[in-house]
Design a protein around this ligand. Sequence first.
Ligand code: HEM
Length: 427
Amino acid sequence: MTTDTEFTIPGDIAAKLVNPKVYATDELHETYAWLRTNQPLGIAEVEGFDPFWVVSKYDDVLEVSKDNKRFPYGNRPSTLMDKASVAMSMQMAETPIALSLIQMDPPEHMKYRLLSQSWFMPANLKKREEEIRVIARKAAQNLVATGGNCDFVADVSLNYPLEVIMNILGVPEEDFPFMLKLTQEIFGPLDPDVKAMMADMSADDISAIQQAVVGEMVGYFQTITERRRENPTDDLASVLVNAEVDGKPISDNALNGYYLIVATAGHDTTSSTASTGMWALATQPGLLERLQADMSLLPAFIEECIRWTSPVKNFMRSAAEDTEIRGRTIKKGDWLMLCYASASRDEDVVANPQNFDIDRAPNKHMAFGYGPHLCLGQHLAKMELRILFEELLPKIASVKLAGEPQLLESFFVNGLKKLPITFELAD
Ligand code: HEM
């Protein structure tokens, strides 16, 4: 990438974008707002990282996302990594144990996506509504059982989406704690609480641990594969293990990649969004009563929780050719960071974007991405969040914060990691 000083982001601002601590504070949204106003498509040059374009405006994220040929993943990682991790990830990509949709480019990507796309559509998901409601009732019982004082993340929102995902992947209930541990180990190491025990380890060692965890998860899913090949049901695992591409059963790599992306992408994202929902009920005057009086407002409430959280902070793309956006020349091979959480608060498409407001109509945001890679699980996420709040709302008469909420320190997927609340039970 050639540096063009006109479009270079000041070093102190660029450094924030790779600092996980910033993602746990309001500074993140201040930084995004600064970028949208002053350098909406600029180059970040930070020591230890390859330079990358920072795409912060809604329209630009949309333009890059919808053109998978001009902006594929190419041979670079799909998430932001420092140079050492990029080198390691490219080395591992030569003999991958899992190849997931989020790293695929055309034409393979669409062939693999279509295997499960109709399973994730509302008409099919409707069939699982009752099973998901059983899991949501359990989550609501867990809240009630705390007696009025709890950490909503630990006691409710962390487990609920995981249980839904495990249900659709055919994992039996006794293995849920094991899977929770694995998904946290894959996603969590950037957060100090999670990596306390890894304090003295190098990036290579941490990455090696993550690989081992991925290997452990893949090993576990082999059992599920065998069970579903023998006795298919109507769950997602049964669709995947019996799927074919170009007339042949899909490879173990592709199957593992599917299991992994569904197990990980469907968990922290939805959990963070559910926590935002409870945070909003605890902090926005009159919101709880308004929703209780009119549950038809729940979809609008959930959409705003999704916009507000935009839990996936970014994915990366590469340019396949020299091209131009917003008057900047992007060179073939340049790396671009799509800042979904910034696009979801772009003042050009969202009025008063820093306000939590369930009355936005339409509620335009970029939390699920756009184009060929648009989140496959978006209808499932919205459905499970709606069902969760349908079960929770009748149980509580009032709710307040009981301490300072804390966000996860991660520059990839983040949201609340602690939400202390006190609440009164409804009669
Ligand atoms: C609020 C919850 C969620 C949010 C905000 C979210 C966000 C995202 C984003 C930003 C992407 C990348 C889109 C792009 O590159 O344009 C994505 C992809 C994906 N998501 Fe989600 N997600 C959520 C829940 C889920 C759930 C519940 C599942 C499945 C159980 C899921 C499965 C996937 C998969 C499979 C992909 C890759 C699609 C592809 O590459 O074709 N997500 N998601």
